[in-house]
Design a protein around this ligand. Structure first.
Ligand code: MN3
Length: 202
């Protein structure tokens, strides 16, 4: 069974003005679709065919560039669409809020750490909030389409929040102003979904 491009859970323009419709259309319909097709081509006829994406990434041969780049791209964007919502923003609640406060001292300190990870990732990559077994959360970043499910990448926990800082994610609207894109991402974070991933993977 081949991997399929997941449907966006909202309209292309639903995240305006924080993320513009044209960027969403190209990002989902071209970039994510490309990673999905290339992943399917890379695993066709190999031992990886039929495995879950989590299993493929956690057991990845990091020298397998086609699966590393496209498997990461498939997974990362599937997560990315779901951690955003037109009804997002505000702050996390419940046990996720407690975990963030325990790790960072406050939501504002977490936001600073996450924004710094996103701003200082040189070139293309992702910023992450991860959960470790036991419930501790940590912020890190990774290059290209790598993610923390892969062996030896970033802080190594389960990614519950990811931010794409490739230029294709923001350049049409923000040009070189990555920090402004990161700041506005906080207006659309779907904390209910992040909390669900936290609860399932802590
Ligand atoms: Mn992208």
């Amino acid at each position: 069974m081949a991997f399929e491009l997941p449907k966006l859970p909202y309209a292309f323009d639903a995240l305006e003005p924080n993320i513009d419709a044209r960027t969403m259309e190209i990002h989902h319909g071209k970039h994510h679709a490309g990673y999905t097709n290339n992943l399917n081509n890379a695993i066709a006829g190999t031992a990886l065919e039929g495995k879950s994406i989590e299993s493929i990434l956690s057991g990845l041969d990091m020298n397998n560039a086609a699966v590393r780049n496209n498997g990461g791209g498939f997974y990362n964007h599937s997560l990315f669409w779901n951690v955003m919502s037109p009804n997002g923003g505000r702050k996390p609640k419940g046990e996720l809020a407690t975990a963030i406060n325990t790790a960072f001292g406050s939501f504002e300190s977490f936001k600073d750490a996450f924004s710094k990870a996103a701003a200082t990732r040189f070139g293309s990559g992702w910023a992450w909030l991860c959960v470790h077994k036991g419930g501790k959360v940590e912020v890190c970043s990774s290059a290209n389409q790598d993610n923390t499910l892969m062996p030896g990448i970033g802080c190594g926990g389960f990614p519950v929040l990811g931010l794409d800082v490739w230029e294709h994610a923001y350049y049409l609207h923000y040009q070189n102003r990555r920090p402004e894109y990161v700041e506005n991402f906080f207006n659309v974070i779907n904390w209910d979904y992040v909390a669900k991933l936290y609860a399932e993977n802590k």
